[in-house]
Design a protein around this ligand. Structure first.
Ligand SMILES: Cc1ncc(C[n+]2csc(CCOP(=O)(O)OP(=O)(O)O)c2C)c(N)n1
Ligand SMILES: [Mg+2]
Length: 658
């Protein structure tokens, strides 16, 4: 008997319902409903070779609705991803399986990005589609693939999806194809209880090609994909589906969304689908058809490899370096040269301006570095001569005007990093880190190298007032595991923090930078990246220290002034600069102990909240910083009125010494 597209889709359905049943948890509805979409994509439309799920020119598939993870795991198993054995399917959601509840990139081969928080996948995919075009603009047709997204109703309801759709439409990312699992059902029931958006009109309004097809007609889906590929716009295909397709009583209802179907319902589904096989058993002919589909891209992959081999050797080496994410040899020298000049430059500077100078100094040596901003280019200072902006249809450039779309920007940056070939940086005001937070968290969980430049990092921004003044932001960002929060104090530290962020291949970073000018903190050139230690003794005490002052960024100069004043009163004081608390926590115990020191009084100064500093100063330490919101006034007045001054530090230290 010949294997039909329907048989192949049923294999996905069966694996999904059986795995969820065995795990006693999970989401059968989406895999059963979207099985035809996945079958059409993975057996016909998509370019990939499952023998190498990391082939750089593969089409990307993003399961934006991560709760449908069993769809992806089933496809990976069926197409022959070698790590995705039937045992892994049987171990769905169990400890150390390759099949966690929601798909996790770098954990499971063939998973392109971690999904689960709705809206992130489709937005991350925008970055992948953009990276594809930008890399092609630089390296030519050795880069030539599509980005497919399977998005659910929930993905499209999330606000971030609007930012993603708008920027993708604007940039004419015509290789991005979104297939909507248009089942009209979410957890609370029919979509009509909460949503009545006309998605076709919505996508069209955002510059997309949009159409609707029967999501259980694979030929119709494939025809729509072909039309999408031919379009000069990104494409949206609403695939009308039935959630839980095949389940006799639960299909088409929210009951099939996120719980095991139960024995009886599964027996009924087997009958309805014409799938008499035992749980986890895929008949040989159906499996063979799937495996053939998974291998059908071998020719394309081989042809690509020959093409790569035929490139000019230097270009090929550069392309491979870029994809591997290995930093260029020239970075260290560029940073060292910058630091030499910085040490000799006594003029005050805002660290956002210092950052601009650093970008200018390293951009030539690090061609993979992209910059951008969410409509604050002139304030974030992220655009330099070496980073010309891209524009719709013209992807040769290194700067992205994201528009006022912080969340979409941060998610797309994750996608650029995941795609490979670039180190994306983006930018906004630090107070608006909250607008990026779900993407920052996901980036940290995924371990991607995205660098978020966040300027105007405290009350030091002054007159714009408390809406714009970060208070709890630095502390709250430090709370996200694997997110490095840098707050440099001057030109030298800014260069070191940029370097540390670039070298952190598996961590995203925040560069919290000032609006206001700061005096030079480091007047002596040191080759070593001291900031990469997270904290270091910036200025030793004369004699045995009685006070240690710890500070970051703009408050380092306050600490240095306080040190002088205390010394003048006979109190030997040392200053420790703390540009990155996260990296300091990761140092060995001996370095930490030596850096924290033995002075009886420890003071921390930071124009933010105390949270996080007790790990250095202890609960008996003195904290000078913020306890509430800021205010609108010139920044010098604010520092005075909130008591973040050298005089206040001195008094607090003396009081504690007594
Ligand atoms: C940001 C976010 N909010 C809420 C959830 C919880 N959640 C998971 S799926 C879902 C909605 C389900 O509807 P839909 O997206 O249409 O998926 P379907 O039920 O059709 O599979 C929700 C609210 C989530 N995963 N992410
Ligand atoms: Mg739905």
């Amino acid at each position: 008997m010949t294997v039909t597209p329907n048989d192949m889709a049923n294999a996905i359905r069966a694996l999904a319902m059986d795995a969820v049943e065995k795990a006693k948890s999970g989401h059968p509805g989406l895999p059963m409903g979207a099985a035809d979409i996945a079958t059409a994509l993975f057996t016909k439309a998509m370019k990939y070779d499952m023998a190498d799920p990391t082939w750089p020119d593969r089409d990307r598939f993003v399961l934006s609705a991560g709760h449908g993870s069993m769809l992806l795991y089933a496809v990976l198993h069926l197409t022959g991803e070698k790590g995705m054995t039937i045992e892994e399917i049987k171990n769905f959601r169990q400890p150390s399986s390759k099949t966690p509840g929601h798909p996790e990139v770098h954990h499971t081969a063939g998973v392109e990005t971690t999904t689960g928080p709705l809206g992130q996948g489709i937005s991350t995919a925008v970055g992948m589609a953009l990276a594809e075009r930008m890399l092609a603009a630089e390296f030519g047709d050795i880069v030539d693939h599509h980005t497919f997204v399977l998005a659910s109703d929930g993905d499209l309801m999330e606000g971030i999806s609007q930012e993603a759709i708008a920027i993708a439409g604007h940039l004419r990312l015509s290789r991005m194809i979104v297939l909507h699992d248009d089942n009209g059902i979410s957890i609370d029931g029919p979509l009509s209880v909460a949503d009545s958006v006309d998605q076709i009109k919505r996508f069209e309004a955002c510059g997309w090609r949009a159409e609707s097809v029967d999501g259980h007609d694979q030929a119709a889906i494939l025809a729509a994909v072909e039309r999408s590929k031919a379009s000069d716009k990104p494409s949206y295909i609403a695939c009308k589906t039935t959630i839980g397709f095949g389940a006799p009583t639960r299909a088409g209802t929210a009951k099939s969304h996120g719980e095991p179907l139960g024995e009886k319902e599964i027996a009924g589904a087997r009958e309805k689908l014409g799938w008499p096989h035992a749980p986890f058993v895929i008949p040989d002919d159906i499996l063979a058809a799937w495996r053939a589909a998974g291998a059908r891209g071998k020719g394309a992959r081989d042809a690509w490899a020959s093409k790569l081999a035929g490139l000019d050797p230097a270009r090929r080496a550069e392309f491979e370096r870029r994809l591997a994410g290995t930093l260029p040899a020239g970075l260290a020298a560029a940073v060292a040269a910058f630091k030499r000049t910085a040490a000799d430059d006594a003029s005050p500077v805002a660290t956002r301006k210092a950052s601009e100078a650093v970008i200018g100094a390293i951009a030539g040596a690090v061609p993979e570095l992209l910059t951008g901003s969410a409509d604050l280019t002139g304030s974030n200072n992220t655009k330099v001569e070496a980073t010309p902006a891209i524009s719709p249809g013209n992807y040769k450039g290194r700067y992205i005007h994201w528009g006022i779309r912080e969340h979409g920007m941060a998610a797309a940056s994750n996608g650029i990093a995941l795609h490979g070939g670039f180190i994306p940086s983006d930018a906004t005001f630090l107070a608006f880190a909250d607008y990026c937070r779900p993407a920052l968290r996901l980036g940290a969980l995924m371990g991607v190298r995205t660098i978020h430049v966040m300027t105007h990092d405290s009350i030091g921004l002054g007159e714009d007032g408390p809406t714009h003044q970060p208070v709890e932001h630095v502390a709250s960002l430090r709370a996200i595991p694997n997110l490095l929060v840098f707050r440099p104090a001057d030109r030298t530290e800014t260069a070191e923090c940029w370097q540390a962020a670039l070298e952190a291949a598996h961590s995203p970073s925040i560069l919290a930078l000032t609006r206001q000018n700061l005096p030079r903190a480091r007047a002596t050139f040191v080759e070593e990246n001291l900031s990469a230690r997270g904290a270091y003794e910036l200025s030793a005490a004369e004699g045995e220290a009685k006070v240690s002052i710890f500070a970051s960024g703009s408050e380092v100069s306050i600490a240095l002034d306080a040190q002088k004043a205390l010394a003048a009163q006979g109190v030997p004081t040392r200053v420790v600069s703390v540009p990155c608390l996260d990296l300091f926590e990761a140092q060995d115990a001996a370095y930490k102990a030596a850096t924290i020191g033995k002075a009886p009084v420890r003071v921390a100064v930071e124009a933010g909240i105390r949270q996080g500093w007790d790990s250095i100063i202890g609960e008996n330490g003195v904290f000078v910083g913020m306890t509430g919101f800021g205010a609108s006034a010139p920044y010098q007045k604010l520092y005075e009125s909130f008591g973040i001054t050298a005089a206040h530090v001195v008094n607090a230290a003396l009081a504690r010494l007594k």
